[in-house]
Design a protein around this ligand. Structure first.
Ligand code: SF4
Ligand code: SF4
Length: 164
């Protein structure tokens, strides 16, 4: 299967599938727990084997990631900047009071969709889309929003709906 198939399918179906996604989440919420998290982790692995994030980059383009203090000092050090200068140049407080990257697309996203600071990227970027590592049940509300942003989440929800 071409790695773009799942991304193209998501582009076609994400808007008309919104009511179906809501129903799926309702069904999955009733199954919240360790068993669901285990299934989600497996499905996550299978879906992401067939998605090339470098062909997508929609998360880096559309959601400014949270940058915590540890992230900020790690990245600032690597860029040879003082933490205060880094914060001034790249960070902002959003409407929820979180400290996030100040532009969307992210200032570190390159034209070829590579991340300029990939090895030292923020924890929020490493954890996105929160469907693996037995984190699935904790983030049900988020999955509903992310199905519209991330092809991976969209397909994971559907696959889980089939097997659960
Ligand atoms: S830091 Fe890197 S991985 Fe995170 S949003 Fe920016 S470009 Fe994407
Ligand atoms: S939105 Fe999802 S599929 Fe697209 S780059 Fe981000 S994690 Fe990968």
């Amino acid at each position: 299967m071409s790695k773009n198939n799942l991304i193209n399918e998501w582009k076609r179906k994400k808007a008309p599938a919104k009511p179906e996604t809501r129903l799926l989440l309702k069904k999955l919420k009733k199954k919240k727990g360790k068993q669901l998290d285990k299934h989600a982790d497996e499905v996550h692995g299978n879906i992401f084997k067939n998605i090339d994030c470098l062909e997508c980059a929609n998360c880096c383009t559309s959601i400014p990631p949270i940058v915590n203090k540890t992230d900020a000092s790690r990245i600032a050090k690597k860029l040879g900047m003082k933490p205060a200068a880094f914060e001034k140049e790249y960070l902002v407080i959003d409407e929820d009071g979180d400290i996030v990257m100040n532009t969307s697309p992210c200032p570190f996203l390159q034209k070829n969709n590579n991340c300029l600071i990939y090895e030292i990227r923020p924890k929020a970027c490493r954890q996105f889309p929160h469907t693996d590592n037995l984190d699935f049940s904790k983030n049900m509300k988020l999955h509903g929003m992310n199905a519209n942003i991330c092809p991976g989440v969209f397909h994971i929800l559907r696959r889980l709906g089939e097997v659960i």
